[in-house]
Design a protein around this ligand. Structure first.
Ligand SMILES: Cc1cc2nc3c(=O)[nH]c(=O)nc-3n(C[C@H](O)[C@H](O)[C@H](O)COP(=O)(O)OP(=O)(O)OC[C@H]3O[C@@H](n4cnc5c(N)ncnc54)[C@H](O)[C@@H]3O)c2cc1C
Length: 579
């Protein structure tokens, strides 16, 4: 590890409680698609870049897990234009998309997807043309992918290779950023905990990019990695930035439920449905989505918000499957059609005892993606000077409900833009800022030598996930949301102000403490925003306010002032002249 850290240019040995220091032009926090693309662009602009991640570089977070598709108006098989993709994105966002951000996503998507193609990602092709699949909410086939179920791993690998080839990028894994450092209202770097040694690390930067992904680890049933507890949202809030649309957590309707599936992505049924249709059935073995306004007839056309609602309502009415979901059947497909579409994946299913020609599987909604996030403009600049954001960490582009495939496009496009903007910002300064005073509070937390206290942080994480699942899930009400806020308040007071333990290497209760500090803040913000929005729109389904209200056609913005969470309405950001 000493060698690794010498290679990254850190000063000092990774000893517990002795701060290591590193200095850079652009600090990128998070190395999913957004962070890696940002690093490549910033380095390409001639800046020194430090790419930090609490996991291995390019292997934590959502990007590497994604197995499905990427939406982009390439028009490779069917004529298309970014404006059609944009119209579909706005319609899916149920009136709340930040239009300039949505436009950026759709307009620059094709360039990023072609760049990835040039770098060798291997988009699936037919007769030399990149294949584009039809997905719900899109008006034409628009989603590219890498066979078989290999989109995210291929995107990550391609970007990791580009990062390795770029000059000027230093990489630091196992670095969990616990706070941004500010001076006079400007972000000047970050304080981090080196997980392998327990040592504090001070990172000085002229510009900082948050590319920390989403928050679905807040939920008991989620498609997330362990690192998706919403760190970036909490870091941004504490540094004075705002969050938007925090109530809109996307539940993916057909997350795998039963039988047991080992070593495979719980949301892998989406690509199956793209290619093969599939039928959603209740326990009478009848299709039911037509009762909720969408007749599928074996096609895949239901959007995620309506799909989740329809499934949960069937279960509630006693028409669910044995494990509390509904059935998804591909029994109309022959073995050879399945093999042609999914090759070796069929063998992996067989190893799990699943033969799709003979049996349906059970599916149910699963927390999957966050539409809300950090307020940023089309340069990816937040309201706090020196702080940029990229990828799922940014809020607003997808409004109240994201179209399938838009998230990886968002990560690539926003990452590229953030890298360029942060590099331009960093070039305004000749020397890196000094952190001596600003890091004191963060260092005190990381190096605290506190007695072990009588609480179990792992149990607290579980209690938080349970209340978020049951009370701030896909179906909400005032009663449930109030109960969740009470649990969150109790857990917050139990957590107290100082992390437990002595902070040695891989001190799990200390790492949990830092995670819980962020998770509890972000959970509270999600629940408060959901409670305030007294209507049903997109991913926010209120049982006590079951209709969309035109009076609520605005986004809610969250800030922390004097340790108090403030929620306010914001005018919708609409597109001005095309940029
Ligand atoms: C299972 C799954 C399948 C999906 N499939 C698709 C799909 O097919 N198509 C699609 O468009 N979208 C899909 N999505 C959504 C999409 O993958 C994500 O929205 C997108 O990849 C996010 O990219 P990102 O770079 O913003 O964040 P991520 O890829 O999540 O990367 C964030 C990084 O930040 C790091 N990090 C977090 N906190 C800290 C901290 N405090 N300090 C240091 N590092 C930190 C994490 O370790 C991680 O490496 C899927 C998501 C999941 C979970």
């Amino acid at each position: 590890m000493m060698l690794e850290y010498a290679a990254t240019g850190f000063h000092g040995e990774p000893m517990p409680h002795e701060p290591m220091r590193a200095e850079t032009d652009v600090l990128v926090i998070g190395s999913g698609a957004a962070g890696m693309y940002a690093a490549i662009e910033a380095a390409g602009s001639g800046c020194r870049v430090l790419l930090a991640d609490r996991s291995l570089i390019g292997r934590g977070g959502a990007t590497v897990m994604a197995q499905m598709t990427v939406a982009v108006a390439l028009g490779s098989e069917t004529p298309d234009h970014w404006s059609h993709h944009y119209e579909d994105t706005l319609a899916s966002g149920r009136g709340l998309c930040n239009e300039p951000l949505a436009q950026l996503l759709c307009e620059e998507g094709p360039e990023c997807i072609r760049a990835m193609d040039d770098w060798g990602v291997g988009w699936a092709r037919k007769d030399g043309r990149i294949t584009q699949a039809m997905a719900p909410g899109h008006d034409r086939p628009r989603c590219v992918y890498v066979d078989f179920l290999n989109t995210g791993p291929a995107v990550s690998k391609t970007l990791r290779t580009a990062v390795n080839k770029a000059s000027g990028i230093r990489k630091a894994g196992d670095l969990c950023v616990v706070d941004l450092l500010c001076d006079g209202g400007e972000v000047i770097g970050a304080a981090a905990l080196h997980l392998g040694s327990g040592a504090p690390v001070i990172l000085s930067a002229k510009a900082t990019i948050l590319a920390t992904g989403g928050l679905t680890r807040l939920y008991r049933r989620n498609s997330a990695s362990a690192n998706m507890g919403g760190d970036g949202y909490a870091l941004a809030l504490r540094a004075g930035a705002s969050l938007v649309d925090m109530e809109f957590v996307q539940f993916f309707p057909i997350g795998h439920l039963a039988p047991r599936l080992v070593g495979m992505d719980p949301i892998m049924w989406d690509p199956f449905r793209y290619k093969l249709g599939g039928r959603l059935l209740n326990n009478h073995m009848e299709e039911f989505t037509q009762c909720y306004g969408v007749a599928e007839d074996g096609r895949y056309v239901i959007t995620r918000d309506v799909g989740s609602y329809a499934i949960l309502k069937e279960v509630e009415a006693g028409r669910g499957s044995p494990h509390g979901g509904v059935y998804l059947s591909f029994q109309h497909c022959t073995e050879s059609a399945l093999r042609e579409s999914f090759g070796p994946v069929i063998d992996r299913l067989a190893a799990n005892g699943i033969d799709l020609t003979k049996m349906p599987i059970e599916v149910a909604p699963i927390a999957h993606y966050h539409m809300g996030g950090i307020v940023a403009d089309i340069r990816m600049q937040t309201e706090v000077p020196g702080l940029f954001a990229a990828g799922e960490a940014v809020g607003g582009a997808n409004g109240a409900n994201r179209l399938s495939g838009n998230a990886i496009t968002e990560a690539l496009v926003f990452g590229r833009r953030a890298g360029r903007s942060a590099a331009a910002y960093a070039k305004r300064f000749s020397v890196s800022p000094d952190h001596a005073v600003n890091a004191r509070a963060a260092l005190a937390l990381i190096t605290a030598n506190a007695p072990m206290r009588n609480f179990n942080t792992a149990e607290m994480v579980q209690a938080l996930q349970a209340t978020m699942q049951d009370n701030v899930g896909a179906l909400r009400s005032e009663e449930k949301l109030t109960a969740a806020l009470e649990t969150i308040a109790r857990l917050t007071s139990e957590l107290s102000d100082t992390p437990p333990g002595d902070g040695n290497r891989f001190d799990m209760s200390r790492i949990d403490w830092f995670d819980l500090r962020n998770m509890l803040l972000v959970a509270r913000v999600v629940a408060e925003a959901a409670l305030a929005r007294t209507e049903t729109r997109g991913a926010q389904q209120r049982e006590d306010y079951p209709r969309l209200s035109p009076d609520w056609t605005f986004s809610q913005v969250v800030r922390v002032r004097d340790a108090r969470v403030e929620l306010s309405g914001a005018a919708r950001t609409v597109a001005t002249a095309a940029s």
